[in-house]
Design a protein around this ligand. Structure first.
Ligand SMILES: Nc1nc2c(ncn2[C@@H]2O[C@H](COP(=O)(O)OP(=O)(O)OP(=O)(O)O)[C@@H](O)[C@H]2O)c(=O)[nH]1
Ligand SMILES: [Mg+2]
Length: 319
């Protein structure tokens, strides 16, 4: 048995066994998961790339290419394959949805699939916590693949620093029936299967939709690729690198930390959190400053507020 302390030190040393244990803990929401996440939070290194799009769009084929790309530059790569429709979670068992077998024996590639069981914050909370574990273990980037273009996927996509929306020719009606605003979830819209006919129509359609985007919103880049034959991939990597260069990695982690704190407060149903933030830390502004300075993690805040709330309930109850 690994103790929580062993797991924490194992993660920062990149131990695969420690990473696997930590992922089970965060997925199942065991009580010490929050301490673990607090302890490793500052060790996060890289950035996260979300890949989302309809079933069969070629997301896994693209992720496979991405793994090769980052492995060639010496990085370790983490992949979380999310299936919102599956209750199944955990383990290295991968359905045939995941076409990354060429990396299955590479110890510097960690692939995990996740369904929707366990975690208090639902799938997006579990995915966020899992990506923190992988990032703290030195996997850079962590790639999150989600199938679909519904609410859950949009939420999961929103966790990533850079989000790729993958579309393909022949979606026709599907693309058009996608909810308004779906195009806006991608920082980059990848038009995959450029080797297929219908790619020009798709590009025209996507560009026309983007022209309707409200002014002031950042327009995503549109890149045409064939994940199957490799065409256009250099352009895509260029677009990804340009985006990832706009913030330093530390910057990204701290920025997302404030978002994470708000999610944790919500997930744990901490009522009156503004009041509690006031009592415990002199208010939200101070907390955010401490988080942005890297002096406090969102998990530590969540834990403190929960403890405070419990004390208040006990106190009231004993009167
Ligand atoms: N012609 C062509 N086929 C492709 C391309 N990219 C992927 N495919 C094929 O499309 C099919 C689906 O690819 P996947 O990578 O599994 O797609 P996915 O989006 O991950 O699928 P789900 O995870 O099931 O939603 C496979 O048969 C791929 O070989 C491409 O650029 N061109
Ligand atoms: Mg897939």
């Amino acid at each position: 048995m690994l103790s929580t302390t062993d797991i924490i030190s194992g993660i920062t040393k990149g131990s695969i066994r420690a990473v696997a244990r930590a992922l089970s803990k965060v997925e199942n929401g065991t009580p010490d998961a929050i301490d673990l996440l607090d302890a490793i939070f500052a060790s996060q290194r890289g950035f996260t790339i979300g890949v989302t799009g309809p079933p069969g769009a070629g997301k896994s084929t693209l992720v496979n290419r991405m793994i090769t790309r980052y492995r060639n530059s010496g990085n370790s790569v983490g992949v979380i394959a999310v299936d919102p429709s599956s209750p199944f979670t955990g383990g290295a068992l991968l359905g045939d949805r995941i076409r990354m077998q060429s990396h299955a024996t590479d110890s510097k590639v960690f692939i995990r699939s996740m369904g929707s069981r366990g975690h208090l914050g639902g799938l997006s909370g579990a995915t966020r916590d899992a990506s923190i574990v992988l990032s703290a273990a030195g996997y850079t980037p962590v790639i999150i693949e989600t199938v679909g273009v519904g609410q859950a996927e949009v939420e999961v996509a929103g966790l990533a620093d850079i989000t790729l929306l993958v579309l393909v020719p022949g979606l026709g009606d599907d693309v058009q029936s996608m909810k308004a605003g779906i195009m806006e979830i991608g920082d980059i819209i990848v038009l995959n299967k450029s080797d297929r006919s219908g790619i020009d129509q798709l590009e025209n359609y996507v560009k026309a939709s983007l022209d309707l985007m409200p002014a002031g919103l950042k327009r995503p880049e549109v890149v045409r690729v064939s994940a199957a034959n490799g065409e256009g991939l250099e352009d895509l990597w260029g677009a990804v690198d340009r985006l990832s260069a706009t913030h330093s990695e530390k910057d990204k982690i701290l920025r997302s930390a404030v978002k994470t704190m708000n999610q944790i407060l919500q997930e744990n149903g901490i009522l009156f959190s503004e009041k509690l933030l006031e009592l415990e830390y002199n208010g939200r502004e101070t907390v955010e400053k401490l988080i942005l300075a890297g002096r406090l993690t969102p998990y530590a805040v969540g834990k403190k507020l929960l403890e405070r709330a419990e004390r208040m309930f006990e106190h009231n109850g004993s009167k």
